[in-house]
Ligand binder design. Structure first.
Ligand code: DGJ
Length: 530
């Protein structure tokens, strides 16, 4: 039997290993409610297959697997695994336990209604329910991150889920990873305000944690670093963490909560576990985005408190896709995108994620609706950007499918070059032109549209594979001894089971006008001469 899905390294780069092979999740996350009905899911699997996806991210909600305390029902989970197998697809389950978008939408009714045993977060003193004025007046409630009964119940249910998955799936490995909770954090305030929370906040920061934070400033975001460096070495939370104290306090307790849940799961079946982040928009204070969630600013807190979490995954709906990818990879961690919009840049961003960031997972959210124009409310919810009109348009489904099929076919080749400079990519979202170099050979990509993108995989200085979409290519040699450059091979095609199936050989006129409006995979062999 092969080892269970786990994280490994290739060329010093983190990679997901499934059935003993490196794997890229060319995935899609379903809308929140889709996976609660097997019948509804039938057509969703078909859409995923048409789009060339190899994996779906599917919520499993606490309320459906434990409708009554200690009575479990895994028939839905079993059905989803069977459906995935019949479509030759993988699954990442999303554990919707105590948190879903910083609220407790998916907690079972026996948890929601017993507010004494399963306390609510006091956003204001004595108040477990508020309206968040600065966030569209949203009604808000959440379970308390300090409530022992809740974390014990959540962890027990999650442990049972992982035991079920192990028993059903360890041999076949359809389920390759699990996300713990969904967009954790507290909103409407930066921390909880119960008497217990106030008392803990005024007490000393645990010694080991304060020391760890001081020893970890090198990787911190500038604001976090500043707070730690100007704070005291020991003392209360405000004394040690200054203006960041409340958010760090929330992160500390939420990460420990999530770690307890994850530990119960790891004890049963230690798949890779991720947490996803509702990102902090520049300028927004904590509490407008979920405070204490696993954003980059809180990364060191989470690292200390949640050793059972393997992957930190940004849900990228904000503008500045590249900057966000840079931030979430700068510590040497894998890029794992569980959610991103299905708007017009979806395909280009997938090419960029894989070719430039060597991503482990790329997964548009609510992919079932890809191609359908979004209304204003959906645009706001799903990452539209009024300043970029391309982002108001939906992704063309056929284009996305073509690109996914091409990437899927070559994924064995791609992962072999993860972590190396041989695998490069650019896109028209932020630049008109990209240059890709290997030794003295230079390929210039001119993007024909903002949604154009180009991935280059260099086997060596003379041979490469190129995936181009809405891109014109120019090939150059800057070797002064051999300034001439000729094609020995320029052909289009695709990979099937690792074998190159060539289409047209593109000599003659096609080698002069190398502009590709449709997604095209090329094999290129060059010859430099004097
Ligand atoms: C982020 C959440 O994690 C998803 O469950 C979903 O609500 C999307 N936002 C909607 O944009």
């Amino acid at each position: 039997m092969s080892s269970i899905p786990h994280l490994g390294m290739i060329n010093h780069h983190p990679i997901l290993v499934v059935n003993d092979k490196p794997c890229i999740l060319l995935a899609g996350e379903v809308h929140n409610s889709s996976s609660s009905s097997l019948q509804y899911m039938e057509k969703v699997w078909e859409k995923a297959a048409e789009l060339g996806m190899n994996c779906l991210l599917l919520p499993v909600s606490w309320e459906l697997i434990e409708p009554e305390e200690n009575r479990y029902d895994f028939s839905l989970v079993q059905g989803l695994i069977e459906q995935a197998r019949s479509h030759q697809m993988k699954i990442v389950f999303l554990w919707f336990g105590a948190w879903k978008n910083a609220q407790c939408y998916y907690a079972p009714s026996w948890i929601k209604t017993d507010m004494k045993r399963f306390r609510r977060a006091e956003i204001q003193k004595g108040k477990g329910f508020v309206r968040i004025r600065d966030f569209y007046d949203m009604p808000y409630t959440s379970l308390s991150y300090l409530c022992k009964n809740t974390v014990e119940a959540d962890a027990r249910a999650f442990g049972r889920l992982m035991a079920f998955i192990r028993d059903m799936d360890e041999a076949e490995q359809t389920v390759v990873a699990v996300q713990i909770e969904n967009e954790t954090g507290v909103m409407g305030a930066v921390r909880e305000h119960s008497d217990e929370a106030d008392m803990l906040f005024a007490s000393d920061v645990p010694e080991g944690f304060a020391e760890y934070m001081r020893a970890s400033v090198k990787t911190m975001t500038p604001d976090m670093k500043k707070a730690v460096e100007t704070g005291k070495a020991a003392g209360s939370w405000p004394e040690v963490f200054g203006r960041e104290a409340e958010e760090v306090f929330s992160a500390y307790h939420i990460a420990r909560y999530v770690n307890t849940v994850a530990e119960a799961g790891k004890n049963e079946y230690p798949l890779p576990f991720s947490v996803n982040c509702w990102l902090n928009k520049k300028g927004d204070p904590a509490g407008i985005y979920p405070s204490g969630g696993p954003i980059s600013k809180m990364r060191e807190v989470w690292r200390y408190c949640a050793p059972n979490i393997d992957l930190y995954a940004p849900d990228i709906y904000l503008p500045g896709f590249r900057e966000i990818c840079d931030e979430y990879t700068r510590r040497g961690e894998a890029l794992y995108i569980p959610e991103c919009p299905t708007h017009r840049y979806a395909a280009a961003r997938e090419i960029l994620s894989i070719g430039r960031y060597h991503a482990m997972c790329y997964s548009p959210f609510g992919f079932e609706d890809m191609g359908i124009p979004l209304n204003a409310a959906q645009l706001a919810l799903f990452g539209g950007d009024a300043e970029d009109t391309t982002l108001q348009l939906p992704q063309d489904r056929e284009i996305y499918a073509k690109i996914n099929h091409l990437l899927n076919g070559m994924s064995g080749l791609l992962t072999g070059y993860y972590g190396t400079e041989n695998l490069q990519a650019g896109s028209g979202e932020t630049e008109e032109t990209s240059g890709f170099r290997m030794g003295c050979t230079l390929i210039q990509a001119n993007y024909l549209k903002p949604e154009g993108a180009c991935l280059v995989l260099w086997e060596n200085e003379q041979e490469c594979w190129i995936l181009a979409y809405e891109t014109a290519l120019t090939f150059m040699s800057d070797d002064p001894e051999r300034p001439g450059l000729d094609f020995l091979c320029l052909e289009e095609g695709r990979f099937d089971n690792g074998a190159w199936l060539r289409g047209r050989r593109l000599n003659g006129d096609e080698a002069v006008g190398t502009a590709y409006t449709a997604p095209t995979l090329l094999q290129v062999k060059l010859f430099a001469y004097a």
